[in-house]
Design a protein around this ligand. Structure first.
Ligand code: ZN
Ligand code: ZN
Length: 403
């Protein structure tokens, strides 16, 4: 059933802020894409103006997601049913499924897998070690550090994400962690030792797709174009260029789609969950989970679990270049990505992180979008800014309408 509710979306783009009416696209009913039209007719303008008035009296608490997504976002978390009893569990409790969560936190570097046998068989008890790991997870993911399995934390855990670990637990232990993970800064991060590609300038890295490990439902042209755009976003900001190699075996960067255990110790897990992984410099391997439904053309893709290929490619290239996961939610290097979500633009955090490793591309200039990110570190504040400008626009529109 199609909703008749019109939603006002305030978007920011290179040309400043614009008000649009958001309405379901007529060609799609189940997971509607939204088309954006400027209000023209008198009646629509009346509705539009009234809705702006409503927005004026609402607090600016909306999510920033609608300001930047170019495809509809469908909330299809894949909650593990054995975890549902864990919501709001706190230290000292004993809840079925806790051991699974401990394995999850160990998988991404928050709990030690050494020395056995202490942690080889996790129990279901919410103990001190689990609480410390959970707080580190919350800090890293930019969540409130409650130390409890609150809704936001469970939602983050249930979100599809990159398979690269958020921490190197052993490195942390060896560098003063003392069994407790160090506080991380809420920004970009590097792998242990800050590895980067060391080549004489001008640096050109070659990439190639595995002849034997590809997907066949995305056209090779679309697939190559998506990766080309993803590489270009990084080469725009650093003095490193990328070209596709003729020969796979000789390429610096090797890209392929793999299923399950594919021989590098990083097992893929089927639909959603872990989406992809890549290795730090100068390894060059970039692996996508072949079990995902990868999408480039969102007009044609209907699957509610489809994942934006270009977004994930951009993120994984960041790893190939030496960036680890960031705690900045809007950053490309944030570890998770919802299905049907497009997130391809480098943010200030990504740019600062990669330029600290490689220096700046001499042709790089902050554009208007990045400037707006500099002046506003949180999406919520950006929506607030949009509302502020919405007030001005409403005043102008109202003045024009009533004159
Ligand atoms: Zn990642
Ligand atoms: Zn792999």
């Amino acid at each position: 059933m199609r909703t008749a509710i019109l939603i006002i979306v305030i978007t920011s783009d290179h040309f400043g802020f614009t008000l649009y009416l958001k309405q379901p696209h007529p060609t799609s009913s189940m997971f509607p894409f939204y088309s954006y039209t400027r209000p023209n007719s008198l009646s629509v303008r009346i509705v539009f103006f009234l809705l702006v008035l409503v927005l004026m009296i609402l607090p600016a608490t909306g999510s920033s997601d609608s300001t930047k997504l170019t495809v509809a976002v469908v909330d299809v978390l894949r909650p593990n049913h054995t975890w549902t009893g864990l919501i709001d569990a706190r230290k000292g409790t004993h809840v079925h499924g806790m051991a699974d969560l401990k394995r999850y936190l160990r998988r991404f570097g928050y709990l030690s897998d050494q020395p056995p046998p202490e942690n080889s068989n996790f129990t279901d008890s919410f103990d001190d070690e689990f609480e410390r790991a959970l707080i580190s997870y919350q800090k890293k993911l930019g969540l409130p550090e409650t130390g409890a399995l609150d809704h936001a934390t469970m939602r983050a855990i249930a979100s599809p994400r990159c398979g690269v670990q958020d921490f190197d637990f052993h490195f942390d232990l060896a560098h003063g962690g003392g069994g407790k993970l160090k506080a991380t800064t809420r920004r970009y991060a590097y792998f242990y030792g800050h590895p980067r590609w060391v080549r004489p300038p001008p640096v050109v890295l070659t990439y190639a797709f595995s002849p034997d490990n590809m997907i066949d439902y995305v056209s090779p042209l679309d697939l190559r174009a998506a990766f080309s755009r993803a590489f270009a976003r990084w080469s725009d900001v650093i003095p490193v260029n990328f070209t596709e190699a003729e020969e796979y075996s000789a390429a610096d960067i090797k890209i392929g789609w793999y299923r399950g255990d594919h021989g590098d110790g990083e097992v893929f897990d089927g639909v959603l969950g872990v989406l992809a992984h890549a290795f730090s410099p100068e390894n060059g391997r970039l692996h996508m989970d072949a079990a995902e439904r990868w999408a480039v053309d969102w007009k044609a893709e209907k699957s509610k679990v489809a994942v934006d290929l270009e977004s994930v490619a951009t993120h994984e290239i960041g790893h190939l270049l030496g960036l680890a996961h960031s705690s900045v939610k809007d950053a490309i290097m944030y570890p998770s990505l919802s299905p049907r979500t497009r997130k391809v633009e480098l943010q200030v955090d990504d740019v600062e992180g990669i330029q600290a490793l490689y220096g700046s591309n001499p042709n790089y200039r902050y554009d208007a979008r990045v400037e707006s990110d500099i002046s506003s570190s949180s999406g919520r504040r950006r929506v607030g800014l949009g509302l502020g400008l919405g007030l001005i626009l409403a005043a102008v529109a109202g003045g024009a309408f009533f004159s």
